[in-house]
Design a protein around this ligand. Sequence first.
Ligand SMILES: [Zn+2]
Length: 240
Amino acid sequence: MNQIVIGEIVIPYELKISTRAQRITIYVRQGQVKVSVPVGVAERQVQKFILSKQQWIYKYWQQFQEQQILRDRKIYKSGQIFPYRGRNLTIEVGEHGYKTIGVSLIQDNLWINFPVNAPLENRPYYIKKALVFWCKKQARQIFRNKLDHYAGIMGVKYKTLRIKEQKTKWGSCSAQGNINLNWKVIMAPDIVIDYLIIHELAHLKYLNHSRDFWDLVADYMEDYKQWRKWLKDHGGDLEV
Ligand SMILES: [Zn+2]
């Protein structure tokens, strides 16, 4: 197999000599790289062409790898990537001396520890359950801290915080000053969490999305539009 080496990344590709090809073409489909070369083109020339396109190849190849990670996320096992506050944590499944499943974050590893001798059946199901439970707990604490922090800065007071789970709704604020936040946002980068919190707190002054409302949001986060867009573009991926 031929390979393209970009730093530490090795991308294999398939080379096809084609009698019909007029020029060298590169395809990246489903993470597979194929290079089609007309008959009689020198190897050196092919290499030069690939080299000139390597950034482009990398971009499309990488996109596929990232999507693959998202697809694989559904299978809960060791080595799987789990997004958390803008970091890519790696799930590690282990055992511990306690009677219930425990979750602990150690550096970039999210350890899911089963009691010693726990049955092996349905592990992915229990890992998912433990992950959701852990995320909700983190969300409650981190959202609360951030709410208190920004409420102080913005000079507003909210009443209660409720942690919710909805498909696509990230947050809401009632006329009574009760704020609801979707725990799944804990999987987004911190700046996105901050944006959401500033957004909901700004509703304590304006219960609409008027010009004044957005001006207020911008007072506390100048580039909020970028993070609002992030949530729109990537919110659907925030799934356990
Ligand atoms: Zn709003």
